[in-house]
Design a protein around this ligand. Structure first.
Ligand code: FAD
Length: 370
């Protein structure tokens, strides 16, 4: 009985501060307030305007976790049953196909819709507070400080050691409006200029992510012409505003400093060709919440030991996974440079093997399971 009272007391006194207010930050804030932990989120003074053309592919197992432990996102999802991959070098022959007969593989969601529903649910939560400045002794005041903002003074001081790779590429994102079709298949084409993905978000809209090599000075008109050239399915009515993002991968050498933990894209950034950046963050979040729940159930306070355990459990898996995505990028990049279809042909043969196909599908859904 005494033990029970003690546990509840500790749980109600836990305070976490999250620095930065992007998707990773507010998703984690929601997961923490669901555990009755007080969360202060440090917002920038200027309001965040989320890009309207950005979408996220979220894996099936991560959607399940979202719905059961963070917030129900079913009504803003568009479910995909198939993913088909092509290469310019194979003259439009399909390289590999991932398919779910009875269920779905992946879901597509608009970033700003996800942001909006999480933000709305946090607004009236008694455990949540939006703050605009940090108190002097903030790292002593909070049990844990979780940093998601790569531009703040803490990142510059404590999280500057990282492995960075610039791809000399830019990702162009947009949404195309088209005639109504059954739109449950995503397409990825490894074009001679880089990977181009068509990701359906409704029966009449499909989001496009085109990662183009050496395109720093490329005019957006050229990009929209390339999208039209490679489009073989949609009767396009309109191509919305095209946005541009520089592409790099990043891996932080140290995940934490005392009770301050790095999180989200600050911790790891990957090439968007596999749609895995935010999925990696959800997998990190699942582990972090698990560690925190365990500590609380044992009546232990949240302190730097949470960060130590988080790094120990995840760093090696995240490194293998990030390197795997980089390998896929380099693989098709090499083929692009040597103008051969030998590599695509080998994938085509491997992909027909159902065990290998299942293995890739599982890794994309759940990450590395060791
Ligand atoms: C083209 C592209 C496609 C992608 N597709 C996928 C996908 O399909 N699936 C997937 O899982 N991942 C995908 N990703 C990765 C995913 O978008 C990121 O992992 C995720 O958005 C990172 O969120 P974050 O909060 O960690 O970082 P950020 O969004 O960079 O936020 C970090 C910090 O920046 C600040 N900030 C962010 N936006 C603004 C703003 N507009 N104004 C002011 N401050 C701001 C925030 O306050 C925060 O402090 C993709 C990435 C790119 C570039």
């Amino acid at each position: 009985m005494y033990h029970l009272i003690f546990v509840v007391k500790i749980k109600n006194n836990m305070r976490v501060c999250i620095l930065g207010a992007g998707l990773s930050s507010i998703t984690l804030a929601k997961a923490l307030v669901n555990q009755n932990i007080y969360v202060d989120v440090l917002f920038h003074k200027k309001t965040i305007e989320l890009n309207q053309t950005r979408t996220l592919g979220i894996s099936k197992s991560n959607v399940k976790y979202f719905n059961s432990s963070i917030i129900d996102i079913n009504k803003i999802l568009w479910k995909l049953k198939k993913i088909k991959i092509f290469s310019d070098n194979l003259k439009n022959e399909k390289i590999i196909k991932f398919e779910s007969q009875h269920d779905y593989l992946f879901s597509i969601i608009r970033n700003y819709e996800l942001y909006k529903i999480i933000k709305k649910s946090l607004k009236n939560d008694k455990y949540f507070k939006e703050i605009h400045s940090l108190r002097n002794n903030f790292s002593d005041y909070y049990n844990l400080v979780i940093n998601t903002d790569s531009n703040n003074f803490i990142s510059k001081k404590l999280f500057s050691k990282k492995i960075v790779k610039k791809y000399n590429s830019f990702a162009y994102t947009t949404i195309i409006n088209h005639k109504k079709i059954p739109n449950n298949t995503a397409y990825q084409i490894f074009t001679t200029r880089g990977p181009l993905a068509f990701l359906p978000i409704s029966a009449t809209e499909t989001s496009v992510v085109y990662s183009v090599h050496n395109s720093n000075h490329e005019k957006k008109k050229i990009i929209s012409d390339l999208i039209k050239k490679y489009n073989f399915k949609y009767q396009i009515q309109k191509i919305k505003k095209i946005e541009k993002f520089e592409l790099k991968s990043l891996f932080l050498r140290s995940y934490y400093h005392n009770n301050i933990l790095a999180f989200g894209d600050l911790l790891h950034k990957v090439h968007p060709l596999a749609g895995q950046g935010f999925n990696m963050t959800i997998r990190d979040l699942i582990i972090l919440i698990d560690i925190i729940k365990n500590k609380i159930s044992l009546g232990l306070p949240l302190d730097k030991s949470v960060n130590q355990e988080f790094e120990r459990k995840l760093k090696h898996k995240n490194l293998i996974f990030s390197n795997g995505i980089d390998f896929v990028h380099e693989f098709f990049n090499l083929e692009r440079k040597i103008h051969s279809n030998f590599l695509s042909k080998s994938i085509q043969i491997l992909g027909k093997n159902s065990s290998i196909n299942k293995f890739f599908t599982k890794v994309a859904d759940k990450g590395i399971i060791i």
